[in-house]
Design a protein around this ligand. Structure first.
Ligand code: 4AD
Ligand code: MG
Length: 432
């Protein structure tokens, strides 16, 4: 019964032949004698040309009924057309309307962000949003490729957890039958256990933070890639991080040129992303800031303006290393030469995109770890399993977490992380 459809991506293999395509009308122009249909099928875009003189009255009438986002099966002969962005055009011979869409809310005029977010389920159909989601998928593919081909095993940590991994202030609480549970903020602690079993591991999944931050860099639900590596120190971890991020950027440049063009991304900025990446210590960063119009006392954490000022000095991501222990997580290993700072690094993306990676060498000494639990008032009972990792064959190990949405925002050159995921969860939005 149903004839096989050809996708727009495949038309190059059908030049001179008649094909049938399932599509939506993105736009229509008509001169009275000829109608131009901008068609989209999810795999690409093609212009369909309907000439009044060359089709039956029925087909011409059908073309006249088509509105923005109407759905149809269109039959036509594929023609090479050097002036079209896709290189091809469809000489329309048949139109079967599936639905004539009435009053599609997203018109080619400008809309406010709230309106677009309320219609996110439809906004996804725009060329720009399609390009972002395509690049996001390519980034995910490149992430898996990097770790899968470099000796890492992918492990999935739990999403429902009994305790906190990154501080207790921004946990999402839920009931777990009679117990309390929290949505994971980070899989790291579980990945440390997995690294003791498998050596080099990584996770790739959603994480949740009930953060009351309404910034262009924060989401409530975001995806993280968390590698954890046994017998790897901070220095080795930094080398892996820079080669990993350079691989991801190179993959997007290689495989997503049309999408980067759709977004108007300056690709020369991405082409500069080559390992090694520059490194500065927290102390050097403090000096730099205080010499450049900021006043940041030693011991204070950096905010977005500080990160942006530091990043502007470089054409590639920069590592800031050795932060004060007091502003970093409980599990970070102190520098043996200077215990007030920890063996950690944040990777700051260029062009004002802020911190994309947080990572560190972990404390491997059982006594020091027990001491940290006390200092941070964490309930030791709940973390007994984590203490076991230091009790039974502890080894030096390091890991890091890359935020997927900030990475997508940077690579795509987007203003805000809300456009980097199909259905963003932000401080004031749970719909759609
Ligand atoms: O620096 P963070 O909090 O580090 C951790 O969670 C570690 N446990 C990771 C590890 O060592 N395994 O978060 C890591 C990254 C940040 O650099 C940022 O890119 C991203 O996760 N991130 C967010 N992205 C979007 N919205 C938020 N609210 C984010 N919070 C963190
Ligand atoms: Mg961080």
């Amino acid at each position: 019964m149903s004839e096989a459809l050809v996708t727009i991506r495949e038309v190059s293999g059908h030049v001179g032949r008649s094909v049938r395509i399932g599509a939506w009308v993105q736009r229509k122009r008509s001169s009275g004698k000829i109608a131009f249909l901008q068609l989209r099928d999810g795999t690409g875009f093609i212009q369909g040309v309907v000439a009044k003189n060359e089709v039956s009255e029925d087909i011409w009438d059908n073309a006249g009924k088509l509105t923005q986002e109407s759905s149809l099966y269109v039959t036509g002969t594929v023609k090479e057309e050097p002036r079209s962005p896709s290189g091809f055009e469809l000489v329309v011979e048949g139109i079967e309307i599936i639905q004539v869409t009435q009053e599609y809310p997203i018109t080619p005029k400008e809309h406010g962000v709230d309106f677009l977010m309320d219609h996110r389920h439809l906004w996804l159909r725009s060329p720009k949003q399609r390009a972002v989601l395509t690049i996001r998928a390519e980034i995910k593919r490149a992430v898996n490729e990097y770790f899968d081909t470099n000796g890492f095993t992918q492990v999935d940590p739990p999403i429902l957890t009994p305790t906190s991994a990154e501080g207790t202030t921004n946990l999402f609480h839920t009931k777990y039958f009679d117990e309390d549970a929290y949505l994971t903020q980070s899989g790291q602690l579980y990945m440390e256990a997995a690294a003791m079993a498998l050596g080099k591991v990584y996770s790739f999944g959603p994480t949740f933070r009930a953060e009351k931050s309404k910034t262009r860099r924060h989401l409530i639900e975001f995806w993280m890639i968390e590698p954890e590596m046994a017998f790897v120190d901070l220095e080795q971890s930094l080398r892996i991080q820079e080669s990993f991020v350079a691989h991801v950027v190179a993959s997007v440049l290689k495989n997503c040129r049309p999408e980067l063009d759709t977004l108007g991304r300056d690709v020369s900025k991405l082409e500069a992303i080559q390992a090694p990446f520059p490194r500065i210590t927290y102390d050097e960063a403090i000096d730099f800031l205080n010499n450049n119009g900021f006043e940041v006392p030693w011991g204070e954490d950096f905010g977005a303006p500080h990160e942006t000022a530091i990043a502007e000095a470089y054409d590639r991501p920069v590592f800031i290393t050795h932060y004060p222990a007091s502003i970093k997580s409980f599990y970070m290993k102190p520098d043996p030469n200077r215990p007030e700072v920890v063996l950690c690094a944040d990777m700051i993306a260029p062009e004002g995109y802020g911190e994309i990676i947080g990572g560190s060498q972990r404390i491997d000494d059982p006594e020091l770890m027990a001491q940290r639990f006390e200092e941070h008032k964490l309930p030791l009972e709940a973390y007994q399993w984590y203490m076991d990792l230091r009790k039974y064959g502890t080894v030096p190990h390091s890991g890091f977490g890359l935020g997927l949405e900030r990475t997508v925002a940077w690579i795509c050159g987007l203003e805000h992380v809300r456009e980097t995921i199909a259905f963003p969860r932000t401080l004031y939005r749970l719909y759609p």
